[in-house]
Write a protein that binds this ligand. Structure first.
Ligand code: NDP
Length: 372
């Protein structure tokens, strides 16, 4: 088994932008070679105590630079449970009506919005107006117009807006990006991203256009889109898209079941992507250049991420994505840390602009040109 020290010696810590503590977090054990962290800790309140909120809260137990200190929820019983589980004081508990009062709470630095997609816009803007940094789950909003308003509101309030793009801190993903940047794949010509699963409960908010803003594309297809951008390393200049619906009862109007989309990049590289709520085992990236390739499967699940390149298997450490993400986001906020792949509101907005174009292309059957 690779030790952490072996890994850092082999790869060079700075190349991967991995803080020592981030890798230690993977093992959830005190690190023998790192002194205890004495810097500023990002004190976070989680808004929306659902499936993913619970996962983030558990992962944050292993953070060194970020700490869960508050909750915002519409369910009083969950607040009580979380207070006990995570030792959260009453004064740091809010609901959706009164959370603007967080502006008077000096013990909370940031709010992490983990609610259904349609709520992000209003909640992020309110959090910003309360003077708190905001971390928002993907998709950042329902469309580019909303996304732009969120970016503007955070700028105006002088707070940071970050998006929960956990893959941007994943070591094997970062190794493929490093190889691409170093020219090890040669000229990148093609990316394929397959992302999907069979959506179960027909009554879940993910299949309700008013709350989800769409279907698979908003939820899981965004990984293929975001992946195409960070794997190719360019911004697309056109999109085409086709939608297939086999179950119009479950996937009502405006809730896409399966979308195939293609992206064209300035260099001439192309991407071919699949987003589905009705096909299982779709979690695969493939990037090909004239000198080499990388393939990853699973490519965006919670892990372990697995993959190989023309040089062999990817062996970088397996991390708990949300632990590393939150420590890195604390460093972005307090230490002006610059991640290899951006996670700011502008990055979220780029995906939303392209998603708008993908829906337009699927609807009209026409190629949509994207402005830079
Ligand atoms: P869940 O349905 O499991 O949880 C959402 C929570 O939001 C609810 O438990 C509830 O918490 C709160 N909520 C507030 N208003 C509503 C409403 N009208 N309907 C339903 N819930 C409401 O969803 P997830 O946790 O899976 O997803 C939340 C967000 O996180 C989404 O934007 C999703 O895309 C994103 N996500 C990101 C992942 C990633 O890997 N980055 C993975 C999974 C999700 P409460 O009772 O406390 O108010």
């Amino acid at each position: 088994m690779n030790t952490r020290r072996d890994f850092l010696q082999k790869m060079g810590a700075s190349a991967l932008m991995l803080k020592l503590g981030s890798v230690a977090a993977f093992a959830n054990v005190p690190d023998p070679i790192e002194p205890p962290y004495k810097g500023k800790v990002l004190r976070v309140a989680i808004m929306g105590l659902g499936g993913y909120g619970n996962r983030v809260a558990e992962a944050m137990k292993a953070c060194t630079k970020a700490k869960l200190v508050g909750v915002i929820s519409g369910t009083p019983s969950k607040i009580k449970d979380w207070q006990t589980k995570y030792n959260i004081p009453e004064k740091n508990c809010y609901n959706y009506e009164n959370f603007d009062q967080v502006k008077n709470n000096p013990d909370i630095d940031a709010i992490y919005v983990i609610t259904p997609n349609a709520l992000h816009h209003n909640q992020v803007i309110r959090a910003a107006k309360a003077g708190k940094h905001v971390i928002c789950e993907k998709p950042m909003a329902l469309n580019a117009k909303e996304g732009q308003e969120m970016v503007d509101a955070c700028k105006k309030a002088n707070v940071m807006l970050l998006v929960g793009y956990r893959m941007h801190f994943e070591p094997r993903t970062l190794e493929v990006i490093r190889m691409r940047n170093a020219g090890e794949f040669g000229k990148v010509m093609f990316f394929q991203g397959l992302c999907g699963f069979k959506a179960g409960d027909p009554n879940q908010w993910r299949l309700n256009k008013a709350l989800a803003g769409g279907g698979s594309m908003m939820d899981i297809g965004i990984y293929a889109l975001n992946g195409a951008r960070y794997m190719v390393g360019e911004e697309p200049i056109w999109v085409t898209a086709q939608e297939t619906k086999t179950d119009p009862v479950k996937f009502k109007d405006g809730v896409d079941e399966t979308i195939q989309f293609q992206l064209g990049f300035p260099s001439g590289a192309v991407a071919s992507c699949l987003s589905s709520y009705n096909i299982n085992h779709l979690d695969r990236f493939f990037v090909s250049g004239d000198k080499g390739f990388a393939e990853m499967q699973p490519s965006t699940g919670y892990g372990p991420i697995r993959g190989r390149t023309h040089k062999g298997e990817l062996t970088q450490p397996i991390t708990t994505h949300q632990t590393v993400q939150m420590d890195e986001m604390a460093a972005i906020i307090f230490e002006d840390h610059k991640p290899v792949v951006a996670v700011n509101g502008e990055e979220g907005l780029k995906d939303l602009k392209i998603i708008d174009a993908i829906y337009q292309a699927a609807k009209t059957g026409k190629k949509v040109e994207l402005s830079a």
